[in-house]
Ligand binder design. Structure first.
Ligand code: ADP
Ligand code: SF4
Length: 696
């Protein structure tokens, strides 16, 4: 290890336990939860193996009255829930890390759709969780309820200790938890000793900290996760007033302060909206008020930045969720002086989207994330080559690059041919759009790795035809030729495309643009209508780019919100705000019926009413068409036996998010040269609910 980073590797005492180093995986959701305990344990263990000194669970519900089903979080409702968490704790600890658990009661956030218990909170009010619009209210907790909550929390802490955890959290953050709801004036209108002045509102949090210390503090450290600022101004907790006061009041009570900003979209801000270290201005006061260790997050991937935080006394431990997802081996790579090998998080929040979509976690940068147990994938190692076969990969986008990298790592002789004069495929264009520069890390990391491999040859400016492929005599070919955007407007809201009414009437047709035109530097001008039927980030970010270039932009979407899918990445509100601030006109729940001369015909998706909208150009962000011609041209050669294998990967197979292109390339590399996959088989392990065997 370079002595330069030694401070990041010095052990640190946290209450009765000692962290082996300063790398701390803070609690994070993952869409697996209590449903997939083996997958979860394997995922967390990978991080411990990769050097994270503390590895925590996600939030773990302590009681069915704080149930946020259908989300899959942890559960510690009864002794029956201990086994799954015990597996996680022991899997983490076998690598020398400490295991942490974040206990939660979701209070006003929990609609209790599964348990069907009455939600509880400091005040009787509409539940804020779920969609945010659930027809459910809380019951105002009385003193008996408060005492009962304290007993549940204490019982859960004892179970956590039995499960083998070293650090047990009391959780008052993200606007999500009962103690936080008591703290916040927004949720607490009580007039008893739990309401009114901050000293009263903090009482419940103080009590559960004391209860937890009393119950398990002999062997476990008690951590407090606290949101010091909600970015809501005077309506919320603020770092320069109540946030600071809470830290001062409880300063020495927990063994560890885990501090951040709230809500989740602020804490997990995407790279489009926040850069590395964005939480520092809010949390840097904390260490001055407590002698206890402090951990904080900020999508830290730079070892020098981490070092400066420790040295300057801002933090004692470097907290991370996303950087540990993108690279479970980040600490070991710093330890081993392999800084260039760190696979840096790009801040796209696809990991977050997995949890919000109630599916197992995945990551754009790390295709093995979530696949540790079900596919047996290790984040760093891969089966060596099974033969001396060589492979030709055509297309150097994320799919082709990842396939080349993983096959190169296996030891195969790999040739990658890319038509353009630069590697990176569509991602190199995306990374030039407003706010998306960090997305280049997907291609830069892979190019960096490939350049170190003597067995991989990269050819640029090499557009290959089927004849050339056969002439070269390669036996194994992967086609990663990507996709392009449709110009006819076809998409899910436009099954017949968008008609050109002007051309049909013999008039001048309006110019149609696609994102590929913008990538190539052909920008529309004047009044531009963007038609979004993709619904993720692209139409929104193109609107931003065109508005900045002086266009008057109207964004038309059939969805009820612009960039609808970006709700799952926690970006929708920020995107909408930014577009409105830039003067973009938003026409939701509308489609474009046809494109006329100097205007388009807009139709309301509810009433069918139409209106015309004057414009100079139309930018169509609807469906993409696979560029699979080469694959189909080579298929006969495969059938003739002239090729031994031919596989279509990435967007050329089915256009999707970048994470899927990377995954597809990785999967192809893992499966290369293995026994043919049984087409009837699922292809990965599944965790199934145990069903008592029939006695009869
Ligand atoms: P993916 O997301 O699946 O990786 P991309 O569209 O990002 O797909 O990348 C596909 C890459 O394939 C592009 O860089 C494109 O230039 C390249 N490509 C397409 N056709 C050919 C071809 N015939 N020969 C070489 N490269 C090609
Ligand atoms: Fe980072 Fe994106 Fe991976 Fe999440 S999915 S860890 S934000 S690269």
């Amino acid at each position: 290890m370079s002595s330069r980073y030694a401070p990041l590797f010095s052990p640190l005492r946290i209450g009765p336990v000692t962290a082996p180093n300063r790398f701390y995986q803070v609690p994070h959701c993952n869409g697996m939860g209590y449903r997939m305990p083996q997958a979860l344990a394997a995922m967390r263990a990978m991080k411990a193996q990769g050097g994270w000194g503390v590895v925590c669970t996600e939030e773990v519900e302590i009681h069915p009255s704080g149930d946020i089903a259908p989300c899959f979080e942890g559960r510690l409702w009864s002794d029956d829930d201990i086994a799954g968490l015990q597996l996680m704790a022991s899997s983490v600890k076998q690598h020398g890390a400490l295991a942490g658990i974040q206990l939660v009661h979701n209070g006003v956030d929990a609609p209790n759709w599964y348990s069907r218990l009455a939600p509880i909170g400091p005040t009787a009010m509409g539940v804020i969780g779920g969609s945010g619009y659930e027809p459910v209210q809380t019951r105002r907790m009385d003193k008996r309820d408060i005492a009962q909550f304290r007993r549940w929390h204490r019982a859960a802490a004892l179970r956590a200790k039995r499960a083998g955890f070293d650090i047990v959290y009391c959780y008052a953050g993200h606007g999500l938890t009962l103690p936080f709801h008591f703290l916040s004036r927004r949720f607490n209108d009580r007039t008893d000793e739990y309401g009114g002045a901050l000293e009263n509102r903090v009482r419940l949090l103080r009590e559960i900290l004391e209860d937890t210390q009393d119950a398990i503090g002999d062997r476990c450290a008690v951590a407090l996760r606290f949101a010091v600022d909600e970015l809501l101004g005077r309506d919320g907790i603020e770092a320069d007033s109540e946030g600071r006061d809470v830290v001062a009041m409880l300063a020495e009570l927990p063994d560890l302060w885990d501090v951040n900003i709230s809500g989740w979209s602020n804490d997990s801000a995407s790279s489009r909206f926040a850069k590395e270290g964005y939480q520092e201005p809010y949390i840097r006061f904390v260490k001055a008020l407590t002698s206890k260790p402090v951990v904080g997050v900020g999508r830290y991937t730079s070892p020098d930045h981490m070092l400066s935080l420790i040295k300057s006394g801002v933090l004692d431990l470097i907290g991370a969720a996303r950087p540990s997802i993108a690279d479970p081996f980040l600490p070991n790579k710093i330890r081993d002086d392999r800084i260039d090998d760190i696979r840096e998080c790009i801040g796209c929040n696809i990991c977050v989207a997995s949890d919000n979509k109630l599916i197992p976690i995945r990551c754009t940068q790390n295709p093995t994330m979530g696949e540790e147990w079900r596919r047996g994938w290790h984040a760093e190692t891969i089966a060596p080559a099974a033969s001396d076969n060589s492979v030709l990969i055509i297309g150097g986008g994320p799919a082709g690059l990842e396939a080349a990298r993983a096959l190169g790592q296996r030891g195969y002789a790999v040739t990658l041919a890319e038509a353009a004069i630069e590697l990176g495929g569509h991602v190199r264009h995306l990374a030039k759009l407003p706010g998306l520069a960090e997305w280049r890390r997907v291609i830069d990391w892979r190019i960096g790795q490939l350049q170190k491999m003597a067995n991989v040859n990269l050819y640029l400016d090499s557009k290959l035809s089927a004849e050339q492929v056969l002439e070269f005599g390669f036996q194994h070919v992967l086609i990663a030729t990507g996709a392009h955007w449709r110009r006819d407007g076809r998409g899910r809201s436009y099954p017949f495309g968008i008609a050109d009414a002007a051309a049909n009437a013999g008039a001048n047709a309006l110019p149609r643009y696609t994102p590929d035109d913008v990538y190539a530097g052909r920008l529309p001008s004047g009044q531009v209508v963007i038609v979004d039927d993709d619904h993720y980030f692209l139409a929104g970010v193109l609107a931003e780019k065109l508005a900045a270039a002086g266009c008057r932009v109207t964004l038309v979407t059939s969805a009820p919100l612009v960039s609808y899918w970006s709700q799952y990445t926690l970006e929708q509100a920020g995107i909408q705000r930014r577009l409105l601030e830039q003067g973009v006109t938003l026409r939701t729940q509308h489609t474009v019926a046809n494109i006329g001369e100097q205007q388009v015909q807009l139709v309301c998706t509810s009433t069918g009413r139409s209106e015309s909208l004057a414009c100079d150009a139309v930018l169509l962000v609807t469906d993409r068409l696979q560029d699979d011609t080469l694959y189909h041209a080579l298929r006969p050669a495969l059938e003739r036996g002239q090729l031994s294998s031919l596989r279509l990967i990435g967007d050329a197979e089915a256009p999707q998010i970048i994470a899927q292109a990377v995954f597809s390339g990785h999967l192809a590399a893992r499966e290369f040269d293995t026994d043919p996959v049984d087409e009837e088989a699922v292809g990965f392990r599944i965790e199934r609910a145990a069903v008592p065997s029939s006695t009869g």
